[in-house]
Design a protein. Structure first.
Length: 108
């Protein structure tokens, strides 16, 4: 995957996550806000001030997720973004870390 293909795939995945966050936020299940920042960054702030940061990392051709539980790297494989260590899908990891930090189950 060249850089242009990576950027298009990463931007599409981040847009999918943004849509899922909008739906979850409107449901009122958990108290969180999120912002889309320039350069392929999504910053999620949970009640109490903790944050989850998602960003595309062009040099590694990965999407990175930073949360209280740690840092995670995801690579595109067969149309899915999978954790490079344990194979967890990106959207599932965002749901898990958001649930952990919000203290309630959040399903994206």
């Amino acid at each position: 995957m060249d850089e242009r293909e990576f950027m298009a795939a990463a931007d599409a995945e981040l847009a999918r996550i943004e849509t899922a966050l909008e739906v979850a936020s409107e449901s009122g299940v958990a108290d969180f806000d999120f912002e889309i920042r320039p350069g392929g960054v999504i910053e999620i702030e949970v009640a109490g001030g903790s944050k989850i940061i998602l960003n595309r990392h062009g040099a590694a051709r990965e999407i990175w997720l930073a949360a209280k539980s740690g840092g995670y790297h995801f690579r595109a494989e067969a149309g899915r973004w999978l954790d490079t260590r344990n194979g967890e899908e990106l959207l599932a990891a965002v749901s898990r870390t958001l649930s952990e930090q919000a203290g309630v189950r959040v399903s994206l």
